[in-house]
Write a new protein. Structure first.
Length: 237
């Protein structure tokens, strides 16, 4: 039961009436295209939207209905983003390191792959004039790498204002955070998510939930590119 303990009266009543079933997320949900509402298939959620809609469109609507930062957080996020001078169109990089290698055994994508991919957009989208690059990352060491690879480009990031060195997010560290550290983490998360959603072009990796969240926040799915695995089909999510 979502949000209810097993011994809740409603759950006990449902079990007594035979209205429960066990679901294995992998075979019962994630391997059934009808359940995961992929692009090109029509679905409806009556409480969210009327009529059958494309699976990805439905996810976008659901996300915007279910996730909306409170006004003070929205205003703070927008105000802090203004300091980066992102009024003009820009490119966003999403870089995830931290525990993804040790815990989940992903190989980190080399920063050169990011700038090589962005080279195409500089020529084809921005007329040969490099725009600002907003870098959303949990590991601030990548900033020096990007700036070394393209010294004439302008990279901006939350890392430039960080007071504590960030060497990568590890889920196991969260339980040790103070309330102030927790607030700062999610404040940074909001600023990065807004920038990733607003960017003219998104370049990132598939092994972070941030990428998929940004994907469903963005208006144009065709300017969203994952560079760690060329075989990924966005239509399958």
């Amino acid at each position: 039961p979502i949000g209810l303990p097993f011994d809740h009266p409603w759950v006990e009543k449902a079990k007594a009436e035979g209205r429960t079933r066990t679901i294995d997320p992998i075979p019962d949900i994630f391997r059934k295209l009808d359940h995961i509402r992929v692009h090109g298939t029509n679905h409806t959620i009556p409480l969210v939207i009327q009529g059958a809609r494309d699976g990805h469109f439905l996810k976008k609507v659901a996300l915007r209905r279910l996730w909306r930062p409170l006004a003070p957080w929205r205003e703070l996020t927008c105000r802090k983003l203004e300091a980066y001078g992102l009024e003009e169109e820009f490119i966003a990089f999403s870089v995830r390191r931290g525990d993804k290698n040790v815990v989940e055994h992903y190989n980190f994508t080399d920063p050169f792959v990011y700038v090589e991919e962005a080279d195409k957009d500089v020529e084809n989208v921005f007329g040969g004039i490099p725009p600002k690059i907003f870098v959303a990352t949990d590991d601030c060491s990548v900033m020096d790498e990007f700036r070394l690879l393209r010294p004439h480009w302008t990279f901006v990031s939350e890392c430039d204002k960080a007071t504590i060195e960030q060497k990568g997010f590890a889920l196991s560290d969260v339980k040790e955070w103070t309330p102030a550290q927790t607030d700062e983490h999610f404040s940074k998360f909001l600023r990065e998510m807004y920038a990733l959603a607003m960017a003219k072009v998104f370049i990132g990796v598939s092994y972070t939930n941030v990428a998929w969240w940004a994907y469903f926040m963005r208006l144009d799915r065709h300017s969203f590119r994952l560079i760690d695995n060329k075989k990924i089909n966005l239509n399958s999510y």
